[in-house]
Design a protein around this ligand. Structure first.
Ligand code: UDP
Length: 358
């Protein structure tokens, strides 16, 4: 990028959790990586996020207020919900006041309000959607913006775009990570890993059952988002060879994951992407996943992991038995080819420029 195309980008974070808490899921890492890469390319970035948010080296404006409910616990006909003293409302009030100082606002909230507000702003707004379709009310608000402001909606994957009524207008942006943080490991221990938010849509219980059937220890890392769900898994599988290692930083997470024979992904929902898949591949760790959503677009079946019939624990067990057929260096190579920060930055930068030119 040349100096005169330097952009001033105001990122509006997810309102469901404090950045760094893990409650926001993969979008926290995507936002962080994108902010860093945009700054490295010479663009100016400021992140607006709930009070208490932390992101090393990134300027943050912290906004107080109550968090939004996560969309994945709502049913399709749940109406739009706003708590009193809403942090989301506060974040967008801040954006309204400073909009004249920025070239582009980038929305990372999977929520109704930013879409509703879009026509009222003078500053252009790009919306990065981090989940598949959840509620009709939100779909309608997004669809209106997709029609009125073409090409301003970005998503991770094709499978995710297909869950929305405005599929063809979505810009597919994928994800990317700082590959230098993830170290390749050629010779793993006899252990499997499962990574992510511990919540029903992730179906951790299937991975636990697969571990029990194979007798191979399963290391679990991630934020316990649903305490009761986690307790029920432990109660229902008292003899499973599982170990919970907590919610780790990227540096700690990769040092654990790299030593595992495979990462299991068991999404019950259409996983929009699955950052954990590319983090595993970057360490040379094959991914065994249900053939559903983002992971089905990431994993090369029988080359960098296995894609198995959705919801089939027997399928997971069969794939685990074949894990040594996978060349771990092919996993790292796929991550290097497709999921570098530079590639992520180029895709987003081109999208931002197209929106500004339109
Ligand atoms: N993660 C983490 N520490 C952990 C386990 C997971 O930071 O101990 C992060 C991981 O890096 C990833 C996110 O949690 O970015 C999970 O995101 P993913 O896209 O896989 O799923 P989502 O939560 O968005 O559905």
């Amino acid at each position: 990028m040349t100096q005169n195309s330097t952009l001033k980008l105001l990122f509006l974070s997810t309102p469901v959790g404090v950045l760094g808490s893990g409650i926001g899921g993969g979008v926290e890492l995507t936002l962080y990586n994108l902010a860093r890469e945009m700054m490295r390319c010479g663009h100016q970035v400021r992140v607006v996020a709930p009070k208490g948010s932390q992101m090393e080296g990134i300027p943050i404006v912290e906004i107080p207020g109550n968090l939004q409910q996560a969309a994945q616990i709502q049913s399709r006909d749940t109406p739009v919900e706003m708590p009193e003293a809403s942090v989301l409302a506060g974040m967008w009030d801040y954006a309204r006041r400073v909009q004249g100082d920025w070239d582009l606002i980038v929305n990372f909230a999977f929520d109704w309000l930013p879409f509703y507000l879009t026509p009222f702003f003078q500053c252009k707004i790009a919306h990065f959607i981090s989940m598949g379709s959840m509620t009709t009310a939100l779909d309608r608000a997004m669809e209106k913006i997709a029609l009125e402001f073409p090409a301003t909606i970005g998503v991770y994957t094709h499978s995710q775009a297909e869950t929305f009524p405005f599929t063809s207008t979505c810009r597919i942006l994928g994800s990317g990570i700082d590959l230098s943080l993830y170290k390749f490991c050629a010779k793993p221990e006899n252990a499997l890993a499962w990574l992510g938010r511990i919540a029903p849509e992730k179906a951790l219980e299937d991975a636990v059952e697969a571990a029990q059937m194979t007798g191979i220890p399963l290391k679990i890392f991630g934020k316990i988002q649903d305490e009761k769900y986690w307790k029920d898994i432990c109660k229902n599988h008292p003899n499973a060879p599982i170990e919970y290692g907590g919610f780790l930083s990227t540096r700690e997470l990769q040092s654990e994951v790299r030593q595992c024979r495979a990462v299991l992904m068991t999404p019950r929902w259409v996983e929009a992407f699955g950052n954990v898949a590319i983090e595993a591949l970057a360490c040379g760790v094959p991914v065994i996943s249900y053939r559903r959503g983002g992971p089905a677009e990431i994993v090369r079946d029988a080359q960098t992991g296995f894609l198995v019939e959705p919801d089939s624990v027997a399928g997971l067990v069969d794939a685990i038995a074949r894990i040594d057929e996978i060349d771990r260096s092919a996993c790292r190579q796929q991550a290097e080819r497709e999921y570098s920060l530079t590639a992520l930055g180029n895709r987003f930068e081109a999208w931002f420029q197209d929106i500004l030119k339109a």
